[in-house]
Design a protein around this ligand. Structure first.
Ligand code: PEP
Ligand code: MN
Length: 343
């Protein structure tokens, strides 16, 4: 529910509305509009049935929002959100590109990858230090050592860092070294982790769960946004009956999320397809669909990668892709080709 205050509502009126909401065991969030203030009610609104909110002084009206998420909703926040990370905008006109190996394997491997990432013009270096592997016998990541290598690569190249956090204990070290914290698909509904990562003070990229609906994904974002508005969504493919690809990349989610939410959305065609040959066409399609950027796996030598080599681009393929992405994005801007239909 959102409560729309009258333009002439006083501070006392807003304080009283907030008090009524909070005494019903709910949370109130005040939003300042250009003309009016809006109070968002977070929690089970059925707790307010016995309260005549509309009758309180200064209240214009109250609107029930059928969607269970609010902070992530475009209804609540009509303007598209731009998140700035060390001077790089995510959600602005330029696509934000995150590239790098699946996992940080060694200093040599990561530095070689970082040089390639930089050469292609991406702004972010990715690489897992904590790897959520399906098998406990697979390479699990270099952990804090991997974080230090990522930070060293940032020093050398100026690239910003994004890396995954998989546990509550991992939040502090990852937040110390990384510019953006990534919540992986397998943890999208790890609500304890979501609540804690919201308190880390850095932007968070939330990947869509393997079998999550868009509604569940936006509700997951809501958990983080309770403490931190800087959330970036990432579509990385979902499980369907198709087995040729690793996942089915749901590009329609870009259009749906742009309508439903103000948050920026990145597309990961690497995990979305599992096949390096499919990354370029899906990357072009994602940009054409209105995605705010891409996350892609690259490796100096994919055949030797400790994880996800078959979906990692070589230097040549990555540079070729980036050349195309830059041309496509420039063309769309120059021709005013905005694929996003919000209303
Ligand atoms: C990753 O980006 O390294 C990763 C593990 O992706 P996902 O969580 O989408 O499977
Ligand atoms: Mn991977």
């Amino acid at each position: 529910m959102v409560i729309i205050m009258r333009p002439e509502a006083t501070l006392e009126n807003i304080v009283e509305v907030t008090r009524v909401i909070e005494s019903a065991g709910l949370q109130a969030k005040i939003m300042e509009g250009a003309q009016q203030k809006i109070v968002g009610v977070i929690g089970d609104k059925t707790k307010l049935v016995s309260v005549a909110i509309d009758a309180l002084p200064g209240v214009e009206s109250s609107v029930a929002i059928s969607k269970s998420y609010k902070l992530a909703s475009r209804e609540f926040h009509p303007q598209s959100t731009i998140i700035e990370v060390g001077g790089v905008k995510i959600g602005g006109n330029e696509p934000a590109i995150m590239a790098g190996p699946c996992a940080v394997e060694s200093r040599e491997q990561l530095f070689a990858a970082a040089e390639i990432v930089k050469e292609g013009g991406a702004q972010f270096l990715r690489g897992g230090a904590y790897k959520p592997r399906t098998s406990p016998y697979s390479f699990q990541g270099l952990e804090v050592e991997g974080l230090k290598i990522l930070a060293e690569a940032r020093e050398r190249t100026g690239l910003k860092i994004i890396t995954e956090v998989t546990t509550v204990e991992g939040i502090a070290p990852v937040a110390e070294y990384s510019d953006i914290l990534q919540i992986g698909a397998r943890n999208m509904q790890n609500f304890g982790l979501l609540k804690e990562v919201g308190k880390c003070g850095k932007p968070v990229m939330l990947k869509r769960g393997l079998a999550a609906t868009i509604d569940e994904w936006l509700n997951a974002a809501e958990y983080i946004m309770n403490d931190n508005p800087d959330v970036i969504l990432c579509e990385r493919g979902i499980r369907t009956y198709e087995t040729y690809t690793r996942n089915t990349l749901d590009l329609s989610a870009v259009a749906a999320v742009k309508h439903l939410s103000h948050l920026p959305i990145i597309v990961d065609p690497s995990h979305g397809t599992g096949k390096w040959r499919m990354i370029k066409p899906m990357a072009f399609a994602a940009i054409a669909a209105g995605a705010d950027g891409l996350m892609m796996e690259i490796h100096p030598n994919p055949a030797k990668a400790l994880s996800d080599g078959s979906q990692s681009l070589t230097r040549e393929h990555y540079l070729d892709l980036m050349n195309g992405v830059k041309k496509l994005s420039k063309f769309m801007q120059e021709e005013n080709l905005n694929p996003i239909v919000i209303d």
